[in-house]
Design a protein around this ligand. Structure first.
Ligand SMILES: NC(=O)c1ccc[n+]([C@@H]2O[C@H](COP(=O)([O-])OP(=O)(O)OC[C@H]3O[C@@H](n4cnc5c(N)ncnc54)[C@H](OP(=O)(O)O)[C@@H]3O)[C@@H](O)[C@H]2O)c1
Length: 249
């Protein structure tokens, strides 16, 4: 049994790696920080292969696929991603494109290249509760990347189902989780954050149960449910206020 996890050097991806290794999976773990991946490898008891690739560089995504395509991988977890806070009017285009390259392009390419691999049974795409909203002012591009992940994965689910495929696609949509995400996005969450270990284990368990949309936490589920009934303009006003309070001084 083997799993590929992108963004496994910290946060949710690292906790997924620990859990899958406990379940007996050999792992291919990918992130930029080689030192952190090596530390993680030391902790784990199954066979671990490390790739310290910057996956925002599309060439590296194809290189990763070429490196591992014959490894008989059962589980693909597209987790690497980050958020960018700030006004769309002043944020730098290059920063947004880099995030799109990682959050969307890398995930899309790996899903596409592995979807017809006969060994791959499960694909878990890490989106966010942001991906189920109607837009996120002050984190506009991040929310849009996660909407892409949701929309793309949901459509793929239906195509697989109609083809009687034995492949399982799941989308993880967590609310705030206590990871390095805030530091990189330069925000401070104003809601209670969930524990990364809990979120990772919950997500993997639900993935093995073939759940399509995985939302850890009752309050996040309820919050998302009620947003469905709000008019778009009102919801955008509320989301703006909510995001504004995340600003770090
Ligand atoms: N934390 C939250 O509140 C939250 C909520 C909803 C969804 N999510 C999603 O959960 C996923 C994991 O994030 P996290 O919260 O666990 O944050 P995290 O602790 O910052 O982990 C992000 C992981 O992605 C890797 N990564 C970042 N840029 C990369 C790049 N260019 N190439 C390769 N790997 C890269 C990081 O490793 P290196 O820095 O070593 O490259 C790290 O392993 C993301 O997709 C995020 O959008 C997070």
């Amino acid at each position: 049994m083997k799993a590929l996890i992108t963004g496994a050097s910290s946060g949710i991806g690292k906790e997924m790696a620990i859990y899958l290794s406990e379940l007996g999976y050999d792992l291919i773990i990918v992130a930029r920080s080689k030192d952190k991946l090596l530390e993680l490898k030391k902790e784990l008891k199954t066979k671990i292969n490390i790739y310290d690739y910057d996956l925002a560089n599309t060439k590296n995504v194809y290189k990763l696929y070429d490196d591992v395509k014959n490894d008989k991988i059962d589980v693909i977890i597209n987790n690497a991603g980050y958020g960018l806070f700030g006004s769309y009017l002043t944020n730098k285009l290059d920063d947004e494109i880099n995030m799109i390259d990682l959050n969307i392009k890398c995930l899309h390419i790996l899903t596409k290249l592995f979807i017809n691999d006969k060994n791959v049974k499960y694909i878990l795409n890490v989106a966010s509760s942001a991906g189920l909203m109607k837009g996120g002012p002050l984190m506009s591009t991040y929310y849009a990347t996660k909407s892409y992940v949701c929309s793309y994965s949901f459509a793929l689910y239906e195509e697989l189902r109609r083809n009687n495929s034995d492949k399982v696609i799941s989308v993880l949509c967590p609310g705030p989780v206590d990871t390095n995400f805030n530091n990189r996005a330069n925000v401070k969450f104003n809601l209670k954050e969930m524990d990364a270990r809990y979120v990772a284990r919950y997500a993997i368990d639900k993935m093995f149960k073939k759940k399509l949309i995985i939302i850890p936490g009752f309050s996040v589920k309820m919050g998302l449910f009620f947003t469905r009934f709000l008019p778009t303009k009102l919801l955008l006003k509320i989301t703006y206020k909510f995001q504004e309070r995340k600003k770090t001084p």
